[in-house]
Design a protein around this ligand. Sequence first.
Ligand SMILES: [Zn+2]
Length: 308
Amino acid sequence: MFHSRHFNIITLTEGIYALEATEQGGAMSNAGIIDLGGFTLIFDTFNTPQAGWDLRQAALSLLDQPIRYVVNSHWPGDHVRGNQCFAEEIIIASGTTRTLMQQTQPGWLARMTPLLPDLESDLAGLTARISAEPEEAARLRLTAEQAYLLEIRESIETLIVTYPALTFEHQLTLHGTKRSVELLSLGQAHTVCDTILYLPSDSIVFAGDVIAVHNHPLFTDGNPHSWLHALETLDKLNAQQIVPGHGPVSNSSATGSMRQYITDLLAISADYRNPAQSDISGIPVPEAYQSWKAPGVFQRNLEFLLRN
Ligand SMILES: [Zn+2]
């Protein structure tokens, strides 16, 4: 099996693979490789071009056939910054996602490029701190930070913002000789417009960031209320395997835990609308979510709910 520092490959069924981001690579989110019969479809392209190039190589190595389609589930960089590795193929997204990419991605690159000299000195400082650090746990944490910054530096130096060439509004079905896939835009959820990919014949969904597993999902670009409706739509598909945007491959239980998380945070924020309890900085992460990754997102979500 193809090996990459950016992801681990999980076989979901014959010809369908989930690529789970590794902790220290440049992927940051999950992707998919699907054999439609004679050609391949890629779902999402990771956070960096270098992870995108490995995704391309993995698809060619696993299926030994041309890649034809590439889908972007939603606009944030961690799902679209490998697009340039598929410039010859047909990149597909909802029209809203394409517009949001145009509004955000060139600005990100313009903001990050002048920061490269600072990044260099951060990396030099980290190297010195790692060699001076006696504690193994702290050394590992610093090494992870260093690996992340190295990936970001490479991506800033090499990124060519590449947009989808084909857009759709609500639903698009792509047919191959082996199977068909349905792209369903679920409207506002994690962002203003989130697309999932459904494989009816295999009972599999690639959910993008409509689903996060053991990761705090970020509310601030979307709408948690309509996110609950999106989860209802997802539930109706009855998929046996769900590939989240972040975290390990899961099953139908993934929608239930997302619904619970959103409902819990809406309830907590409703309590704190009471002026007597207006200081949210001391609100602890509920026990059920204490082991989830990206714990800082919890406070950001509460602040977002209280502002909106
Ligand atoms: Zn993401």
